[in-house]
Design a protein around this ligand. Structure first.
Ligand code: PLP
Length: 415
């Protein structure tokens, strides 16, 4: 893997340097976790409480006057402002992505909407790449527009177009996902960071599909990383959460805004997320390997028209992915050589994956985007977005690769 560009490294403080960090699994298990937990517990307790008490008025005064010291832990006041279980998982998430701070939210969308609502003034302008999560685009083009905040969507990979779209004094964010959904387009983070730095515009990457095991955008000069923690980070298809990770003062401002917007996650889900995170690297490495094998198998299959997987040389962003990512992810998108109905028959014949939206959990999930996400749009609208009737998105779980290959083989026979 090539290292991040020197110009970007030297223009920012990239501490801790990625090479000095412990491995992803060591961080996933230990980072952010205090060695001395209440009652000598090994795991972080669930502090299932809405509020936190003060011994007397002197104790309260020490807190409000900023004189409080409670060891290494932050002293909490009220559940909407913070909770020790949430704080523990925030520290772990920050360490995994190489940030110095993280703010956890009730869902990925809560993270995205809170960051934009909390930090954009009326009259601002943002630029985002296409092929992004539909609800993010919807939020920007409807809710933000109502607040007088304009969004320009530029094609993924068109960096000259991104630069040309910048409006001096008005553009506040360059936003992209990587890899994208469903075509797994990979953004060149060096170029986005460089454009952002040159024009003084903050950069945000939704890194949900990559995970910090495969890519750490902060190391490439990006300002803020967002994840739907619902997906790989939690990893078990059993909770919703979102996170923003970065460095410096903006995170404190976002934490304060979360206390007002109320988009806080509950302590039970924070506990489950921390537990899921401990196996993140194990899961993601297996998902990377299985997805790569599946993509290669599908590309050779006579009943498959086309495969999108950044690990394949045929993918339009293979070179960038190979240079910037240490794994290509667990999602494979492909087109069946058949009709909408043939494709549904193939999906119905699959025995291992569940038919469901989402990705990143231990169970494989399969979906036909024309039906699950874009059914409300006309065939013409779907075609304009490149969503063919025969498109399939397979989000690989942690089942054995041979079993998934066998399942695909038998299901493709019905086409
Ligand atoms: C890339 C991406 N970002 C954000 C979200 C929203 O996350 P959540 O469902 O946790 O709100 C999703 C959900 O699918 C997603 O795929």
């Amino acid at each position: 893997m090539t290292v991040p560009r020197q110009s970007i490294r030297s223009s920012r403080s990239l501490s801790p340097a990625s090479s000095a960090l412990p491995g992803a699994s060591t961080r996933a298990v230990h980072a952010g976790s205090s060695r001395h937990k209440p009652h000598h517990a090994l795991t972080t307790p669930i502090f299932q409480t809405a509020t936190f008490t003060f011994a007397d008025t002197a104790d309260l005064l020490a807190f409000v006057e900023g004189r409080y010291s409670d060891g290494e832990e932050r002293r909490e006041e009220y559940g909407r402002y913070g909770n020790p279980t949430i704080a523990a998982v925030e520290r772990k998430l920050a360490a995994l992505d190489g940030g110095d701070n993280a703010v956890l939210y009730a869902s990925g969308m809560a993270a995205i909407t809170s960051v934009l609502l909390a930090s954009l003034p009326t009259g601002a302008h943002i630029i985002m790449t296409d092929d992004c999560y539909r609800r993010t685009r919807q939020f920007c083009q409807t809710y933000l527009q109502r607040l007088g905040i304009a969004t320009t969507v530029v094609p993924m990979g068109d960096y000259a177009g991104m630069e040309a779209a910048i409006q001096a004094g008005r553009t506040r964010y360059l936003i992209s996902e990587t890899p994208t959904n469903p075509f797994l387009r990979v953004a060149d983070l060096s170029r986005i960071a460089e454009i952002g730095q040159r024009y003084g515009v903050r950069t945000i990457i939704d890194s949900t599909f990559a995970t910090p095991v495969n890519l750490r955008p902060l190391e490439w000069g990006i300002d803020l990383v967002i994840h739907s923690a619902t997906k790989y980070l939690a990893g078990h298809n059993d909770l919703l959460a979102g996170v923003v990770i970065g460095r410096g003062g903006i995170l404190q401002a976002l934490r304060e805004a979360r206390g007002i917007l109320g988009s806080v996650v509950d302590p039970q889900n924070a506990f489950l997320l921390e537990r899921g995170l401990k196996t993140l690297a194990l899961r993601v490495r297996q998902q990377n390997a299985t997805a790569h094998t599946v993509a290669q198998y599908l590309e050779r299959h006579p009943k498959i028209r086309r495969v999108w997987y950044p690990g394949l040389p045929s993918h339009p962003d293979h070179e960038i992915a190979a240079a910037q990512m240490s794994g290509f992810g667990g999602v494979v998108t492909f087109e069946i050589d058949g009709t909408l109905q043939d494709t549904s028959r193939f999906i119905d014949a699959m025995r291992i994956p569940y038919i469901a939206p989402s990705l990143g959990g231990v169970e494989s999930l399969i979906e036909q985007p024309a039906i699950i996400s874009y059914y409300d749009q006309s065939p013409e609208e779907r075609a304009a977005l490149g969503i063919a009737d025969s498109l399939v998105r397979l989000a690989i779980g942690i089942e054995d690769a041979e079993d998934i290959l066998e399942d695909l083989e038998q299901a493709l026979q019905v086409v």
